[in-house]
Write a protein that binds this ligand. Structure first.
Ligand SMILES: NC(=O)C1=CN([C@@H]2O[C@H](COP(=O)(O)OP(=O)(O)OC[C@H]3O[C@@H](n4cnc5c(N)ncnc54)[C@H](OP(=O)(O)O)[C@@H]3O)[C@@H](O)[C@H]2O)[C@@H](O)CC1
Ligand SMILES: [K+]
Length: 511
């Protein structure tokens, strides 16, 4: 799915206008597409409709919808939230309403009348703000959005729910909560990035007459991860291959009490096709791991009294790092002075791609600047609480501003950041953000992250570049989890169950 920013959308519309698809026509097309979408869901005849309109072009789209629903037999009233329209095309469409029996109310001045109408409304069209919204809702629009959210009606937002930021997915706490959002021409980042994505309801993308040439050369900064992108990055296995063809992963994980995390990360790596996985774990835990991880090999590490890796284990890891095509550190590793020293050693010495997860990330919290001394490319896979600790911000603040924090962090440390959560975001070291929409809340269980870390690391071990590995890993993990939920339910499914569905996915794509 194509994603463009608000400034790119403006550029596209400008090109369209210069090529004879005038702004006025695009507004007519947008309003028509929205009206058709509404009418495909609810028969308009005699339905009571309120169109909340702002003063910009989003409001203009709303006036077109008002006219078309009225002509289709609905009882329509328009509610002006910020006064009369200020743009030429919106004003022209507002004028067209005067000849029709469409009442126009002012949100503040006609409040008593509006209260009565709100008691009995079938459809609300939210045309207050679209891509032009910035900052926070101001007083009147906030009250208007609250009145929409308090009504019992089907809410259709035009282009975007009013109160969300088109480009970074941030949302005012009172932003309109839509049941359906009709996006015009292209998706905007807000349609896929939380919290804004959570305000959209079901999203449809409507054509407004744009020709593909008007947008093909625009840089793609936000990308939706698709199965095609994933399968293109994962090569078919050559006929004359052997285990060496598919890489060697060194997985430094496990500690007393957290052996399951290490096990899942090993299985994740194996199930994405890694040639050989070595689990480097505290030596007293090796026989336990060996009993169930039949296909792995083991590096028994010197351990401390707590049953975690000792700092002296670095001497054992150095030579092994040289022989590995990728390294994973952190799953169930524990977080103490010894493990932190081992993490620091690995960061500074792994020339191969390195994935740092879980306790590896917690260790970085002690001295994040070691990331600047990384010997090779780094991928980080924090969940929100881990990232919040690392950045020293509140989790709530982090989740409200995912793009701002994620992008700055990936750029500052020149790494790939997998910001996990609903619609996981993969931040490239450059500006790009990859958005994943597979997965479900059945993944909200201990072990999911370990499995994902293993999968991404396993792809890296096979020579797939770190950014692509991260992108493929999150998509595969979510897509397999979606199948697993169908099979076993979101409530009962376990991370280890997902491995079976991963097999089905690869089979389907002939990998
Ligand atoms: N371009 C085209 O040809 C086409 C565009 N189309 C449609 O137009 C939409 C974009 O239209 P747009 O650029 O006019 O912006 P829009 O979302 O209506 O809002 C701008 C107004 O809101 C105001 N405002 C902003 N933030 C605010 C705040 N916090 N609190 C209060 N006010 C605030 C802002 O005022 P100001 O910034 O001056 O304060 C300005 O007056 C797009 O999403 C699509 O629906 C389609 O018809 C297809 C053709
Ligand atoms: K809107």
């Amino acid at each position: 799915m194509r994603i463009v920013t608000s400034s790119q959308m403006k550029q596209i519309e400008q090109r369209a206008d210069q090529n004879g698809l005038f702004y006025y026509d695009m507004m007519e097309n947008a309003g028509t597409a929205a009206a058709n979408s509404i009418m495909s869901k609810i028969s308009p005849r005699d339905k009571r409709v309120l169109v909340y309109a702002g003063k910009g072009n989003n409001g203009g789209d709303g006036f077109v919808v008002a006219r078309l629903l009225f002509q289709a037999g609905a009882k329509v009233k328009v509610v002006l939230v910020d006064g009369e329209p200020v743009t030429e095309d919106a004003a022209a469409n507002f004028d067209l309403l005067h000849d029709l029996e469409i009442g126009v109310l002012d949100f503040l001045n006609d409040e008593p009348q509006l209260q009565v109408l709100l008691r009995d409304v079938d459809i609300i069209v939210d045309a207050i703000y679209g891509t032009g919204f910035h900052g926070a809702l101001r007083k009147t629009a906030r009250l208007a959005a609250r009145s929409i959210n308090g009504a019992i009606a089907a809410v259709f937002s035009l282009d975007l729910p009013s109160g969300v930021n088109s480009d970074n997915g941030e949302s005012d706490k009172d932003a309109v909560q839509a049941d359906f959002t009709i996006a015009f021409d292209s998706l905007k980042p807000a349609h896929l990035i939380y919290p804004a994505a959570g305000r959209c309801g079901a999203v449809e993308c409507a054509e407004i007459g744009i020709v593909p040439q008007w947008r093909t050369d625009l840089p793609r900064t936000f990308l939706h991860i698709t199965p095609e992108m994933v399968m293109e990055a994962i090569p078919e296995r050559p006929v004359d291959s052997h285990k060496g063809t598919f890489g060697k992963l060194l997985n430094i994980s496990s500690s007393l009490g957290m052996t399951g995390a290490a096990k899942l990360s090993v299985l994740g790596a194996q199930r994405v096709g890694t040639g050989l996985v070595t689990l480097a774990a505290p030596r007293s835990l090796i026989s336990l791991h060996a009993a169930s991880l039949t296909e792995a090999v083991f590096l028994p590490l010197i351990e401390n009294e707590a049953g975690t890796v000792a700092r002296t284990a670095a001497v054992q890891l150095g030579p092994k790092l040289e022989q590995s095509s990728a390294c994973l550190i952190g799953c169930g590793l524990s977080n103490n002075d010894d493990t932190a020293a081992v993490v620091e050693f690995v960061v500074k010495n792994a020339k191969c791609p390195l994935l740092i997860d879980a306790d590896g990330i917690n260790a970085l919290g002690r001295n994040i600047d070691i990331l600047s001394e990384a010997a090779g490319p780094v991928v980080l896979t924090p969940h929100p609480a881990e990232l919040a600790r690392l950045l020293n911000v509140e989790t709530e603040d982090l989740l409200a501003h995912r793009v701002k924090y994620g992008r700055a962090f990936a750029q500052k440390y020149n790494l790939t950041l997998v910001f996990k959560g609903a619609h996981t975001l993969v931040f490239a070291p450059d500006e790009r953000v990859f958005i994943n929409t597979t997965g479900n809340n059945g993944l909200a269980k201990g072990g999911s992250g370990d499995l994902l870390a293993g999968m991404i690391a396993g792809l890296m071990a096979q020579g797939i570049p770190p950014l692509q590995s991260a992108m493929c890993g999150v998509w595969l993990h979510g897509a397999a989890a979606d199948r697993c939920a169908d099979r076993l339910s979101k409530t009962a499914m376990l991370p280890s169950d997902i491995l079976t569905d991963l097999c089905g996915l690869f089979r389907e794509y002939n990998r």
